[in-house]
Design a protein around this ligand. Structure first.
Ligand SMILES: Cc1ncc(COP(=O)(O)O)c(C=O)c1O
Length: 428
């Protein structure tokens, strides 16, 4: 329950002097000191390097959070940029100071384009993946008689959104059911291809499912759709910042992602890629001031006043990932996942939902922890073992979901395995 701000508390806060005091508060300041340097030698240097990567995050060393598919910590470079720019605007909210930030937004657009290997003309800076996905389902001119093909294993922002808008605008939604375990890339290519009819306008799927971590044949599905004049929306929330995503190679029409997931940026920033070919098909959902300066953003991104600090932090986060090495980040997360899956396969009663085949998964692992209650288990892991993971409720591949990232370590994975082994023996 949140405490009401009493007159006394309010007076105390006021006496502290507002945001200036907040930012000079030692507690805040100690959260984001200048980041220590990355160890020499890069990823090839092994443990010393990855320890120095972990030091670029303000999570305490004894807290093992393996929940990247939901929320990642902002890296220190991102946090430092967020703090610096937020402080600057609140200290001096004059148009003169604010105007300094507009070119910074365009620099973030350029960084996103480079990261995804496309052009700034095709990049829209949004609030998150949910918004990006909905800008597509709101913006296409679809009507009765049109069909949209969606994978059942999509997030509500790319599943419920289509179904509800289908009711409103009269188009129909065809669902491709998910199969467990992952039936292989060919299965999905065939299932989506079979579902396409002359009425199909768009295929919508998640690059790497956030439910159990199934990797979808994104490039092939985009190729099949393109050959038939059908658009593609690839939800990249669980792959952007984890896999070395190359949109020039994948060639979707739309690709969405969030800064606060695997890229380790600040919260409330995201991306929507819109291919040049698809731009004339997408109506803006919002008309307001402050559009972007190049390409599609000039007409599509007039979203009103924004938080430039968050965008600048996003760019710092991407630069940090480039510095660590994107291939190395993917490999590190995959190695931790392989270690986890090998350990889980030895635990009695564990039922694995994620495919053991490395080409069909990446760094999201879901499993049923025997007969243990998943909620109680996750609570015990957090409260007693200082391990943060998440649960999957309901009947659909229920249990626990673990998603390690490059800031986690083999020792943290071992700690989780040891804790699980103990609870499976003694109960929670
Ligand atoms: C596949 C997928 N799409 C979209 C989202 C929504 O992301 P956000 O909450 O950042 O909008 C999530 C969040 O977990 C997700 O897993």
């Amino acid at each position: 329950m949140s405490m009401p701000v009493s007159r006394r508390n309010f007076a105390r806060l006021f006496a502290l002097g507002g945001s200036a005091a907040l930012f000079s508060d030692p507690a805040w300041a100690s959260q984001a000191p200048a980041a220590p340097a990355l160890a020499q030698g890069g990823p090839a240097a092994g443990d010393a390097f990855w320890t120095s990567v972990r030091e670029q995050f303000v999570m305490p060393p004894d807290l093992a959070v393996m929940n990247a598919a939901n929320l990642c910590p902002a890296s220190r470079p991102a946090l430092e940029a967020l703090q610096r720019e937020t402080q600057s605007v609140d200290r001096d909210p004059s148009p003169n100071n604010r105007a300094r930030l507009y070119p910074e937004k365009e620099n973030t657009r350029k960084a996103l384009a480079e990261f995804l290997r496309v052009t700034p003309d095709e990049i829209i800076i949004t609030r998150n993946t949910s918004e990006s996905n909905n800008l597509v389902s709101n913006g296409l001119d679809l009507k009765a008689g049109d069909e949209v093909v969606v994978h059942a294993d999509n997030h509500p922002s790319n599943l419920t959104a289509w179904r509800e808008k289908g009711k409103r605008f009269g188009f129909s939604v065809v669902t491709i059911e998910q199969k467990n375990p992952h039936p292989g890339q060919e299965y999905y290519v065939e299932a989506f291809t079979r579902a396409i009819t002359p009425r199909t306008r768009i295929l919508c799927f998640t690059h790497l499912s956030s439910t159990v971590g199934d990797l979808m044949p994104a490039k092939e599905l985009c190729r099949v759709a393109r050959a038939r004049g059908v658009l593609t929306l690839v939800d990249g929330a669980p792959s952007f910042g984890l896999l070395d995503v190359d949109l020039a190679d994948m060639q979707p029409d739309f690709f969405s992602g969030s800064a606060h997931k695997w890229p380790c940026g600040a919260r409330e920033c995201g991306v929507l890629f819109v291919s040049k070919a698809a731009q004339s098909r997408l109506w803006p959902s919002i008309y307001s001031a402050y559009p972007g300066a190049v390409g599609f953003s000039r007409t599509f991104e007039g979203f009103g006043q924004r938080d430039e600090a968050t965008m600048i932090a996003f760019r710092a986060a991407l630069a940090f990932q480039q510095k660590v090495g994107r291939a190395a980040i993917e490999q590190r997360a995959r190695d931790l996942t392989s270690q986890l899956m090998a350990g889980l396969s030895k635990l009695p009663g564990v039922r694995m939902w994620t495919s053991p085949a490395p080409e069909l998964r990446a760094a999201i692992v879901s499993f049923l922890p025997g007969t243990l209650d998943a909620n109680r288990l996750a609570t015990a892991l957090y409260e007693k073992d200082k391990i943060g993971i998440t649960t999957r409720g309901g009947q659909d591949r229920a249990g626990l979901r673990v998603s390690p990232h490059f800031y986690n370590s083999p020792a943290e994975v071992d700690r989780l395995l040891a804790a699980l082994r103990g609870y499976l023996r003694t109960g929670v």
